[in-house]
Design a protein around this ligand. Structure first.
Ligand code: PFF
Length: 457
């Protein structure tokens, strides 16, 4: 067994590019759109506390394990997992874990592109000035208009998927690497500008209290499962993305420290986005923090439309969201593309087109859930909600659990020692305790209780 493999897809230019890429993958619609609305539905503070606990005790250890497997295998998640299983002389069934990841990636990308399309549409809608002075019901109607139009949704879903192909087709260095090095600094600058805006123009204090007043009674087991699902979703773990990016990580980069930096950036962006959105919600009469998926698309136009020149800031916000979604979506596409290239010896371009076509077709199901299929439901979910729940709350935790168990109890210890060189003794020991005892137990408990709460009780 060779401890250091050579991959066919190349490596990032530096550890910093890996940090930008992994942060780009992690920071996305999950932080700016989903985190505020899920926190809003679950009562704010208590949810945030459990969420941050999940990031630290489960998310970070699982992410380190994924990067480790990816960097050892240096291929797509399916084949990195296979390679690591073989090198560890483990039961070959373990390799199926890589499959859940790639499948979850395809499913997530299919609905993710539809929501990202909403943000693209809103860049134009906000800049057109049409929403100047709009009130809550006017903004609600504008949002419903968008959802009611399959053609408009399909147009933006297609544009967004096109943008993803344009990056992934360029490969690791010239496509993904270049994109994240340009987009991420831009994203941080825009986020800080918007934070300043909401601080001076919104009700910042109320937003702060809402996110940080910890009232645990407000939280159900289903809420705890959602907090854990959100931690998986936001860190892009439990599926191929981080494993695929780990496969391109330079050998001398320190896994522990790097992952902690990425988790810190990701949590900071979620909290800052929550502060921005809730400052605006609490400053605008008639808006509720528990408004659900429309929170960002209804509340922001009302708030931005009420101040002169505000719509330009609003358009900036939706550019920010689109960029964040773009840098995440490329990490959903890459694992599938890399796998198809390895499997069929296809060119990057061909593999891209095949995967995008499948994703596009699947995405139509999500498009139609908001209009022509809105009356159909399955187990209480429409197609879109079902995919969202299935991936974030079922598939990601299950695959995260198996990845953790594999790295904790099955993988050859030489592989771990080799990949963890450079990670400090304290972090290494904490990580070992987390993956052996805390994460498997916590994931199983939350998963069982959450599913029970949702489907049985
Ligand atoms: N982490 C992304 C977000 O928070 O929007 C979503 C995501 C990207 C999930 C990549 C999973 C993934 F593999």
């Amino acid at each position: 067994m060779a401890l250091q493999q050579k991959g066919m897809h190349g490596t990032w230019a530096s550890r910093w590019t890996f940090i930008m890429a992994a942060t780009g993958s992690a920071v996305g619609l999950g932080n700016m759109w989903k985190f505020p609305y899920v926190a809003g539905i679950n009562g704010g503070g208590a949810f945030v506390l459990v969420y941050l606990g999940c990031i630290l005790l489960i998310g970070v250890p699982v992410m380190m394990s994924e990067v480790l497997i990816g960097r050892h295998g240096r291929q797509s998640p399916v084949n990195s997992m296979k390679e690591t299983v073989t090198d560890s002389n483990a039961n070959s069934k373990w390799r199926y874990v890589g499959w859940i990841g790639v499948l979850a990636g395809l499913l997530i990308l299919s609905f993710y592109a539809v929501i990202a399309g909403w943000a693209l549409d809103y860049i134009l809608l906000m800049s057109s000035g049409e929403l100047q002075g709009v009130n809550g019901s006017g903004a609600g109607a504008a949002f419903e208009n968008l959802l009611a139009s399959p053609l408009r949704l399909i147009l933006w879903q297609t544009v967004f998927l096109g943008l993803c192909v344009a990056v992934v087709i360029g490969g690791v260095k010239k496509g993904l690497g270049l994109a994240v090095e340009t987009l991420m600094p831009l994203l941080f600058v825009m986020l800080i500008i918007l934070l300043g805006f909401s601080f001076f123009k919104g009700n910042f204090q109320a937003a702060f209290d809402f996110l940080f007043s910890f009232n645990l009674d407000a939280l159900s087991w289903r809420g705890v499962l959602e907090a854990m699902g959100q931690a998986f979703f936001t860190l892009s773990i439990g599926m191929g993305a981080i494993m695929a990016y780990g496969a391109y990580m330079p050998q001398d980069a320190n896994i522990g420290k790097t992952v902690l930096i990425v988790a810190f950036f990701d949590s900071a962006v979620a909290i800052i986005s929550g502060l921005i959105i809730f400052s605006i919600v609490f400053a605008t009469p008639g808006l509720e923090p528990s408004a659900g998926p429309g929170l960002m698309f209804i509340s922001l136009p009302v708030a931005f439309g009420s101040i002169p020149g505000g719509l330009l800031i609003g358009a900036t916000f939706f550019i920010l969201v689109s960029i964040a979604a773009w840098s995440s979506a490329i990490s959903l596409l890459e694992p599938c593309v890399a796998w198809l290239m390895e499997l069929k010896n296809l060119s990057r371009a061909k593999a891209n087109l095949i995967i995008i076509f499948i994703t596009w077709i699947l995405g139509l199901g999500s498009v139609f859930s908001f209009n022509i299929w809105s009356d159909y439901s399955f187990m209480g979910f429409n197609f879109f909600d079902f995919l969202d729940f299935l991936t974030a709350n079922i598939m990601l935790p299950i695959s995260g659990l198996f990845i953790t168990l594999f790295v904790a109890y099955v993988i050859k210890s030489e592989i771990v020692s080799f990949e963890m060189q450079g990670t400090s003794g304290v972090i290494l020991n904490l990580w070992r305790i987390a993956i052996r005892f805390i994460a498997p137990f916590a994931i199983s408990l939350v998963f069982i209780m959450g599913v029970y709460d949702n489907f049985v009780s």
